[in-house]
Write a protein that binds this ligand. Structure first.
Ligand SMILES: Cc1cc2nc3c(=O)[nH]c(=O)nc-3n(C[C@H](O)[C@H](O)[C@H](O)COP(=O)(O)O)c2cc1C
Length: 203
């Protein structure tokens, strides 16, 4: 399936077969996240993969929609504050300079910014959520191309997930991505028209 086909045929899937997702498919979905672009290549995304029914059951009080935990695989999509400490940002910049992607002069602009060295002082910037969104959508499109269904989920309690999964304080839980072989094939959902999403400029 090519990219346009995957974009066109993707749906939010809320009913999955109990068939486990193959390791190869899980690897390819995670790889799609790993390869995503991010602001100054910070790659702030982190994931927990849950397949164990007992662990998923322990989270049932934190998710109102049952299909989410019934999916055979569930990626818990997180951000890592450590990606925004001065030390890590400079490391990523050095890699980019080394790779010839940016010049030392433009890197200087970021190098000279005041950045916290302690992750507990990091306030996650809007760019972090954009970056995670790109990575997760890459996963969604890759999943579609592999014949898997998925659904973005934000209707859940991230603090409870954080607590129950005993994640470190630097990690913020942002979204869930259930994955499985689809047991439904819904028609396209309504969308705005092209003219509705184009703005007139004020000139
Ligand atoms: C950031 C985000 C959060 C979402 N959260 C939920 C959710 O918590 N539960 C749910 O059933 N669907 C959720 N959705 C799916 C949307 O409802 C869905 O994308 C939209 O209705 C369009 O349908 P389609 O994805 O099938 O085209 C979410 C989608 C996005 C992008």
């Amino acid at each position: 399936m090519d990219c346009s086909e995957a974009i066109k045929t993707r749906r939010s899937i809320r009913e999955y077969s109990s068939r486990p997702v193959s390791q190869e498919h899980l690897d390819r979905v995670l790889e799609a996240a790993r390869l995503a672009p991010s602001a100054t290549n910070r790659q702030p995304w982190r994931f927990v993969l849950l397949t164990d029914p007992e662990i998923k059951k322990s989270l049932s009080g934190a998710v109102p929609q049952r299909f989410v935990l019934e999916a055979p695989a569930l990626f818990v999509c997180c951000l890592d504050r450590r990606a925004y400490t001065g030390n890590m940002v400079r490391k990523r910049m050095d890699e980019l300079i080394q790779a010839g992607a940016i010049s030392r002069e433009s890197a200087g602009y970021i190098y000279n910014r005041k950045m916290p060295e302690n992750a507990s002082e990091v306030a996650l910037p809007a760019a972090a959520y954009i970056d995670l969104g790109i990575a997760v959508q890459n996963m969604v499109i890759q999943a579609t191309a592999l014949g898997l269904g998925s659904c973005w989920v934000r209707l859940f309690n991230p603090q409870q997930f954080h607590e129950i999964l005993k994640l470190p304080p630097e990690i913020e839980v942002v979204a869930l991505l259930p994955l499985g072989y689809p047991e439904q094939s819904p028609p396209p959902r309504p969308r705005l028209r092209r003219e509705d999403i184009m703005l007139e400029i004020g000139l």
